[in-house]
Design a protein around this ligand. Structure first.
Ligand code: IMP
Ligand code: MG
Length: 173
């Protein structure tokens, strides 16, 4: 895919904010150890950067989900492409997400996680589209609240493309 992508949130802004989030998380969980649950594929870059700014004893696990297919609007369905990792049990778990749009993905995941005895559960998302939220979800850590625009880069894709961009960008029409 070869579309023109314009910078929406620069690499510098993202890196500065990720550093702040890491410091905030380390402060909030002081004296504890933390388990990051990275939602694939979209969060792989954010989680890789974030975890290096969290100065705590830390574990990471991965859960593969899909909701968008190849479209630019949510399919209204969440597919769990892998099992919830058993190693979460009894831990302070922080879900690491790329973007919360309708909130459907996170609502479904939280529902599933209710069956697991966790010490605590919080959510950290790089991006949040507040005007799009349709499912009540609590989000403890937000990188950037953005308008309702379809964005790519820094892990986020359009039909599996553009995840490797170091910035968050807009696809030019
Ligand atoms: P939700 O279930 O509607 O909250 O959608 C969340 C998921 O949709 C995210 O984890 C992303 O994978 C995807 N998504 C939502 N908005 C965008 C976007 O602007 N660009 C790329 N993916 C998006
Ligand atoms: Mg995602």
């Amino acid at each position: 895919m070869d579309k023109k992508i314009s910078v929406f949130i620069s690499e510098e802004k993202i890196q500065a904010r990720v550093k702040e989030l890491g410091a905030q998380i380390a402060h909030d969980y002081q004296g504890k150890s933390l388990h990051l649950l990275c939602l694939l594929k979209g969060s792989f870059i954010f989680c890789a950067d974030l975890c290096r700014h969290i100065d705590l004893p830390l574990e990471v696990s991965f859960l593969s989900l899909s909701s968008y297919g190849n479209e630019t609007s949510s399919s209204g369905q969440v597919n769990f492409l892998s099992e919830i990792p058993k190693e979460l049990e009894g831990k302070d778990v922080l879900i690491v997400e790329d973007i919360v749009d309708s909130g459907f993905t996170i609502a479904k995941l939280r529902e599933k996680l209710q069956k697991f005895p966790l010490k605590s559960l919080r959510l950290c998302t790089l991006l949040f589209k507040p005007t799009q939220l349709k499912h009540p979800v609590s989000i403890e850590y937000v990188g950037f609240s953005i308008e309702d625009k379809f964005v790519v880069g820094y892990g986020l894709d359009l039909a599996q493309n553009y995840r490797q961009l170091p910035f968050v960008g807009l696809v030019e029409q």
